[in-house]
Design a protein around this ligand. Structure first.
Ligand code: G4P
Length: 530
């Protein structure tokens, strides 16, 4: 079945990361526009609004004007099958964003040219870098006043410890923005149309050694600056090295303006050429070859169904190898059961579609009657692999949550457990106590509101929440440690997660230091595992 191999090789699956407002949504939309997946920019937002109408608990999203969940968009372009994993773009932050990055094979980092690296770019970059996947940088908003391109690339190199390779170089910025010099083609892409283009435009080109034409377009002054810039970057920047790009050691940098449709086409073309096809994933300590004919996938995200009267959910799986066929029986490793994946869906650019087949690199959403947990493996019968767990990221905010109505014990427990299973929150409890009061940990504080809203809307339980002062959590990983005998500071709390793991909550770094120094053999780790 050579078709599977070819289909896999043409997949490109990536996530776009950025600090809010840098232009992630705009760039995503323009990639869809240039990819031919939508005809007019603006259609994606419209669609999202239409979806909101049917969603219920996402009412909260609407009220806050933010997007809480992330979706997957697929389109065909120049022989490639492109999957864009959209990550939530709001100020707040959830584990969903982290997990989505686990399902991608490359990342695109959007940076605002006037601002450079911002706090969330930093956070997200750390996660991406951990996976050694290719990282492409799009420096956006060149149509506005921008910082010097030298300064911006230097900042990336210094802060992130990654080499950069400018694929193009900007000529001016803001009012004086004239276009970019394309290093590979040795030509200038001229920035002309000053319109918020809804339609595709192709930039005019001028060959770099046509001095007269350049002088006419950008003026002699900018032409001379450009010549100096070219000399400098050709001499000083890193070598172009596709192997280093694939290994995540060298980031190709593109300057452009997503809003003005400028530089998007060049970016998409180069990106698809340089980005990695589906990468091998590790299961049981060994790599699973994406070209293995047998189907395997892992669950990286579970999303509550929009319809509150059905407590069903959608589990999103990243296919790691082989070909998925609708109706075929597969093996759910953690559940120890064979099953048929019901209603496998894929999110196309403009609609959700039931699909018949999918390949490594693709993301499918399947109906989940409550059997999956984040990190679970589904595969061909007899293959029986377990993909390495998606790390549980350390929550940074904690609260004690209890129900207002003491009669609603069952609803409270079911609700809070199911929401935790989806991975939206982490729950802990004091050892030897019941679920009267649960300690909830989240990566972003917005998740507290989501939790309260959903408990009320879906489980009819009202809760009281009390903020707790903890900021750090460490799992105890030394097997011989008895947590009840540890010497700890008074403000450190010992709790248990729902897999039975013991952990400590600290209010500051000093508490961690104290615990490590005063307890022989105690080993602490920042991440839990599934
Ligand atoms: P995000 O998803 O990263 O949060 O950013 P988003 O694309 O929503 O863009 C944030 C704001 O920046 C938007 O303006 C958007 O139009 C603008 N923007 C994005 N790319 C560019 C660019 O290349 N040049 C310029 N000048 N602006 C850009 P807004 O006023 O918040 O929204 P809107 O009213 O324009 O939709």
């Amino acid at each position: 079945m050579s078709g599977t191999r070819e289909e896999t090789a043409r997949r490109r699956t990536f996530a776009i990361i950025s600090h809010p407002d840098a232009g992630k949504t705009t760039l995503t939309e323009k990639l869809l526009l240039y990819g031919g997946a939508i005809q007019l920019a603006g259609a994606v937002k419209g669609k999202a609004a239409a979806r909101h109408a049917v969603s219920d608990w996402m009412e909260l999203e609407k009220q806050r004007g933010i997007s809480i969940t992330s979706s997957v968009l697929q389109f065909e372009y120049k022989g490639c099958c492109v999957n864009i994993l959209d990550t939530p773009g709001h100020q707040d932050f959830s584990e969903d964003t982290y997990r989505t990055l686990m399902a991608a094979d490359s990342a695109v980092m959007v940076i605002d040219a006037a601002k450079g690296i911002e706090p969330q770019t930093r956070k997200l970059f750390k996660i991406v870098a951990m996976r050694h996947i290719p990282i492409f940088t799009f420096i956006n908003k060149m149509d506005r006043e921008a910082r010097s391109p030298y300064e911006l690339t230097e900042e990336l190199e210094k802060e992130f410890g990654i080499a950069t390779y400018p694929m193009n170089w900007p000529i001016g910025s803001g009012y004086d923005f004239k276009g970019v010099y394309d290093r590979a083609e040795k030509q200038v892409l001229a920035y002309g149309e000053r319109s918020r283009g809804q339609e595709r435009i192709h930039a005019e080109t001028i060959v770099a050694d046509d001095t007269a034409a350049l002088d006419e377009f950008i003026g002699e002054g900018l032409r001379r600056t450009l010549e100096d810039d070219i000399e400098l970057i050709e001499g000083a920047s890193s070598e172009f090295d596709p192997v280093a790009i694939r290994a995540g050691r060298l980031s190709p940098v593109f300057f452009g303006s997503a809003l003005m449709n400028f530089g998007v086409e060049q970016f998409l073309d180069s990106f698809l050429e340089l980005a990695a096809p589906p990468l091998a994933r590790v299961a049981d300590g060994a790599e699973v070859d994406p070209y293995d004919e047998r189907f395997s996938a892992f669950v990286f995200k579970i999303q509550a169904n929009m319809n509150k009267s059905h407590r069903d959910r959608i589990a999103f799986m990243r296919i790691c190898s082989g070909r998925f066929e609708r109706g075929k029986e597969y093996w759910h490793v953690q559940g120890g059961k064979s099953l048929r994946l019901a209603q496998p869906q894929q999110m196309m650019a403009e609609a959700r579609e039931i699909i018949d087949e999918a390949y490594a690199g693709d993301i499918i959403g399947v109906f989940d009657p409550g059997i999956y947990s984040i990190g679970d493996t589904v595969c061909e019968k007899g293959m029986d692999v377990r993909f390495e767990g998606i790390p549980t990221f350390a929550p940074e905010h904690f609260a004690a949550v209890e129900r207002v109505d003491t009669m609603k014990r069952k609803q409270f427990e079911t609700g809070i457990k199911q929401i935790a299973q989806e991975g939206a929150i982490q729950i802990f409890h004091e050892p030897n106590s019941g679920l009267e009061e649960v300690i909830v940990g989240v990566v972003g504080v917005l998740q507290f509101e989501v939790l309260e809203y959903r408990l009320k809307a879906e489980y009819n339980v009202e809760v009281r929440r009390r903020a707790l002062p903890y900021e750090y959590v460490r799992w105890i990983v030394s097997p011989d440690t008895d947590p009840s005998k540890l010497s700890l500071t008074g403000d450190t709390k010992w709790v248990r997660d729902f897999r039975g793991g013991d952990l400590l909550l600290f209010t500051g770094q000093w508490g961690i230091k104290w615990a490590e120094e005063r307890n022989d053999g105690l080993l602490l780790r920042e991440f839990g595992s599934n």
